[in-house]
Design a protein around this ligand. Structure first.
Ligand code: PEP
Length: 251
């Protein structure tokens, strides 16, 4: 039985003090989530990671990205080894904003995913089609490429530390929600594809999240879908009140 997962992606938001206040206020949420077998986490900026880890050890704390090398001449980058050293054990990889603004490709995602898994991380691999690809009915082909290239060389054991976030790019931060039927259709397709890349046992166990303008008012419709195990949430994860409202809707 797959656990539900609610993960907030803070993007480039919240000062360190704000992140700390959120984490301290979230202790009652993590308690509630635990009682209902729901996994709860946030992805702060790199600068917020340490304070969030220290302020609520029950919260899953994910980085938003990491470099595929351990160290070296990569100005401005942070390595998985450095994140691990801080006590971080989860990371997002391939968020659509990394793909569209920073040149992330399925190949670079693959390097990062393999590095993160080798260091013991759980990886939330983000996939999804653009508006044009959606309109041209290419969603499944795009998702297939993102999964088959991004997860190339991942072992059966490592698949147990993969979470997939299906985020249609046209829905992120736009208020344009994918229908629950579309989310289910694609998440089911993702699970079938994962079975061909690993095994049906592994793919049955993988958590698949929906992301894209998820709010307390619509999160439940996604969670009611067979292959949607939770949500990756941007804007609505930035205040503890809204985050709690999302959690309450998932219970
Ligand atoms: C995201 O950042 O992954 C996201 C889904 O953002 P939003 O919820 O704001 O659309």
């Amino acid at each position: 039985m797959r656990k539900k997962l609610l993960l907030g992606n803070w993007k480039m938001n919240l000062l360190v003090g704000e992140a700390k206040a959120f984490a301290l206020a979230s202790t009652s949420l993590t308690q509630k989530a635990k009682e209902h077998q729901i996994m709860l986490g946030v992805a702060p900026t790199y600068l917020g990671l340490q304070t969030v880890l220290a302020s609520n050890p029950e919260l899953i704390v994910a980085a938003q990205d990491m470099h595929f090398e351990s160290k070296g001449a990569f100005t401005g980058e942070i390595s998985g080894d450095m994140l691990k050293d801080l006590g971080v054990s989860w990371t997002l990889i391939g968020h659509s904003e990394r793909r569209s603004y920073f040149g992330e490709t399925n190949f670079s995602c693959n390097k990062k995913i393999k590095k993160a898994l080798s260091l013991g991380f759980t990886v939330v691999y983000c996939v999804g089609e653009t508006a044009k690809e959606y309109e041209e009915n290419q969603t499944k082909q795009i998702i297939h490429d993102q999964l088959s290239v991004g997860l190339q060389g991942v072992s059966e054991e490592e698949f147990s530390r993969i979470v997939i976030a299906y985020e249609p790019v046209w829905s992120i931060g736009t208020g344009l929600n994918a229908s629950a039927e579309h989310a289910q259709d694609i998440c089911s397709y993702i699970r079938q594809t994962l079975a061909t890349l690993s095994s049906s046992k592994a793919s049955d166990a993988i958590q698949i999240l929906y992301g894209g303008s998820v709010k307390p008012t619509n999160v439940k419709t996604y969670l009611l879908q067979n292959d949607v195990d939770g949500a990756l949430v941007g804007g609505a994860s930035l205040t503890v009140e809204s985050f709690e409202a999302l959690l309450n809707e998932m219970i």
